[in-house]
Write a protein that binds this ligand. Structure first.
Ligand code: CDP
Ligand code: CDP
Length: 223
């Protein structure tokens, strides 16, 4: 059995991981895993089922039984489209809370690994390189300053009609960074074997080209 190669893109909220990962996957015709969507779906399913965010057993059961599918950029929950519904700030906040629970993370592990199929996978999240795909051929730590990330997220939310100030988003981002980095299970860290990509002053195109260039280097140095 040949295991498909993996490119792991980890980094903080709104650093551009999703956008860059999806573009890299498209360019290489690789599969794409948006692992954050699984935590967001767990949070949304919990809200819909009336499971509270302090009910660890309830949340673990929701994660285990999650009826989710990803079809060409469309995300389904219980057979209904949830692509937009999981992108709100409230669900992002809930996702960050359920993601701090070890049993919830365990319940989602096999589901994430199932995305590793030929010809290859690009996966984005917080622990792609550390926990889910530690054997990834290329690990990237994608980041940007909190101010730049708040601006990017603000633009996205305003375009969707959410009424929120940049100051509030900056506070949310800082709080989420702190929670994602300080938690004991699978914290967000820059691994020693990950390449740093600071996109603060980069366009999406530049970031995508950098990752593709790294991938070429990795491939040409393989025996
Ligand atoms: O878009 P943003 O980067 O804010 O979030 P996301 O990637 O959609 O993930 C939502 C939340 O899930 C994050 O705040 C993390 O706490 C959590 N997450 C995680 O713990 N591990 C992952 N591999 C991906 C997301
Ligand atoms: O997945 P993550 O939360 O890390 O970020 P994202 O949703 O991919 O990106 C957040 C926003 O920043 C999107 O609207 C991207 O188009 C934008 N972005 C950008 O303007 N410049 C970059 N170099 C990367 C992302």
């Amino acid at each position: 059995d040949i295991l498909a190669p993996v490119i792991a893109l980890d980094g903080p909220s709104a650093s551009g991981k999703g956008t860059v990962a999806a573009r890299v996957a498209a360019a290489l015709e690789f599969h794409y895993l948006d692992s954050g969507a699984l935590y967001r779906l767990t949070a949304l399913a919990a809200v819909r089922r009336g499971v509270l965010f302090d009910d660890v057993e309830g949340l673990t059961e929701v994660a285990r039984a999650l009826d989710a599918s990803f079809v060409e950029g469309v995300i389904l929950l219980d057979g209904e489209e949830a692509t937009e519904a999981i992108r709100s700030e409230a669900i992002g906040e809930g996702a960050s809370r359920v993601a701090a629970l070890a049993p919830v993370r365990d319940a989602l592990l096999a589901r994430q690994r199932a995305f590793q199929r030929l010809p290859g996978l690009v996966a984005d999240g917080r622990d792609m390189g550390s926990v889910v795909f530690p054997q990834a051929q290329l690990k990237v730590f994608l980041t940007a300053t909190a101010e730049v990330r708040a601006e990017r997220r603000h633009k996205q939310l305003i375009a969707k009609g959410e009424d929120v100030t940049i100051q509030k988003i900056l506070e949310d981002i800082q709080q989420r960074d702190a929670r994602d980095s300080a938690r004991t299970v699978a914290p967000l860290v820059q691994l020693p074997d990950a390449r740093l990509l600071d996109t603060s002053a980069m366009t999406i195109d530049q970031a995508v080209r950098t990752v593709l260039g790294w991938w070429e280097t990795v491939q040409s140095s393989r025996p």
